[in-house]
Design a protein around this ligand. Structure first.
Ligand SMILES: NC(=O)c1ccc[n+]([C@@H]2O[C@H](COP(=O)([O-])OP(=O)(O)OC[C@H]3O[C@@H](n4cnc5c(N)ncnc54)[C@H](O)[C@@H]3O)[C@@H](O)[C@H]2O)c1
Length: 363
């Protein structure tokens, strides 16, 4: 078993809330492939989920799955009591900004009430532990850089940046993070919060910008870019995020925050052009024209944050973490993955309208 400087022991029983989602399933696959941990996933299997993303791990005797919502107090309590985790990591959330504009209710339920319910059950569980088990326990809240608001042309968010959320999504994530820190400060629960920039990679639900662009291009559709396309995001491959999460709950210091970013700031229109270039190579248009010709500027998202950027110096120094996947290479591999896994996304598109425009605030 790996020893870490913070937790003492690497997790042997890890409860992953939201472990059937994009990032949660990548963490689950990592823990099953590269640790001895027993993993229990609790996930309500919303529209955004894909049990297929858990793949072969579902048959592994070290893996268990509970279907249900994290705001269901009785279920959460009995699941935690029955499994007795060393680490609870929360990735269960409503996660799409555009949907939060159209319907914020589920975001309040999952991202705020759900966090409260998880914290209460975790606190009771932790209070029942003694000795090393109590010392090693961690409650890890996975959050986003969107809680920090919007940057001007320069500067970057870090662990000291004040929260200034602007969308219903980021406001609910911020509220959840505040609850987690309050349970750490007030009750002594050993909590960690990590805030990460935009992720991309395999199994991302088709409504998010990168898969949406790939799938619309393959379908011969227009490639929508919101507003002038000059909004800047810092992109990180999901595998790098998972490495950071694992480093945080295995080695991080309770009560601390760590931010993760890819050092890959791109405007949205540049990102779409990078995807188009990869597609020109890997899946040329039948007419031989460049995919980028299909880029269309559409009405902007209401309240669209202009720029996010992250300074992950603390994670580098204290967790020995740094991104391993270069942006162009990661995008190319992601495009190749979506080309190979047509079975996965075609089944989703056949079932749900995942590439429709959302989030125009009643427009
Ligand atoms: N995707 C990103 O770029 C990004 C970046 C930084 C942080 N995050 C955070 O990481 C976490 C995971 O994001 P993701 O992109 O994997 O999202 P996702 O939407 O792909 O997955 C979320 C998962 O949570 C589940 N879920 C939702 N509400 C639930 C509830 N009430 N109870 C139980 N399960 C529930 C869903 O079924 C889904 O499987 C979120 O907290 C998000 O805020 C995401």
């Amino acid at each position: 078993m790996i020893r870490g400087k913070g937790a003492g022991l690497a997790a042997s029983r890890i409860l992953i809330a939201g472990g059937a989602g994009f990032i949660g399933s990548a963490l689950t696959r990592e823990m099953m492939a590269n640790s001895d941990a027993r993993v229990l996933v609790i996930d309500s299997l919303t529209y955004a989920t894909s049990p297929a993303a858990l793949g072969a791990v579902r048959a592994d005797p070290r893996f268990a799955f509970v279907q249900g919502g994290i705001s269901d107090a009785a279920l959460v309590r009995s699941t935690i009591e029955g499994f007795a985790p060393d680490v609870i990591i929360n990735l269960a959330a409503e996660s799409h900004v555009d949907r939060s504009i159209d319907g914020p209710g589920p975001f309040v339920d999952s991202n705020i009430v759900g966090v409260f319910v998880l914290l209460q059950a975790a606190l009771d569980h932790w209070r029942g532990l003694t000795g090393m088990a109590a010392e090693a326990f961690r409650f890890h809240q996975v959050s986003t850089d969107e809680v920090f608001g919007s940057l001007g042309p320069t500067g970057a968010f870090d662990e000291t940046t004040r929260y200034d959320p602007r969308s219903p999504y980021s406001a609910t994530k911020a509220a959840g993070d505040h609850l987690v820190r309050a349970w750490g400060h007030t009750y002594g629960l050993p909590v960690l919060v990590t805030n990460c920039s935009n992720n991309y990679g395999p199994f991302q639900f088709p409504e998010k910008l990168i898969p949406l662009t790939i799938l619309r291009a393959l379908g011969g559709q227009s490639l929508p870019v919101y507003g002038d396309g000059l909004h800047v995001r810092d992109w990180l491959h999901v595998d790098d995020h998972v490495r950071g999460l694992r480093a945080a709950f295995e080695q991080g210091t309770p009560g601390e925050t760590y931010v993760f970013g890819g050092g890959a700031e791109r405007t949205n229109v540049d990102l779409v052009r990078t995807i188009c270039a990869a597609l020109d190579d890997l899946a040329p248009r039948p007419d031989g024209r460049p995919h980028a010709e299909a880029i269309t500027h559409v009405e902007d998202r209401p309240g669209h944050d202009r720029r996010y950027a992250v300074d992950p110096s603390k994670a580098r120094a204290e967790l020995n973490w740094s991104p391993q996947v270069g942006f162009e290479q990661g995008i190319r591999e992601t495009v190749a993955w979506y080309l190979e896994r047509r079975d996965w996304w075609q089944a989703i598109l056949a079932d749900r309208d995942a590439v429709a425009r959302r989030g125009l605030a009643g427009g």
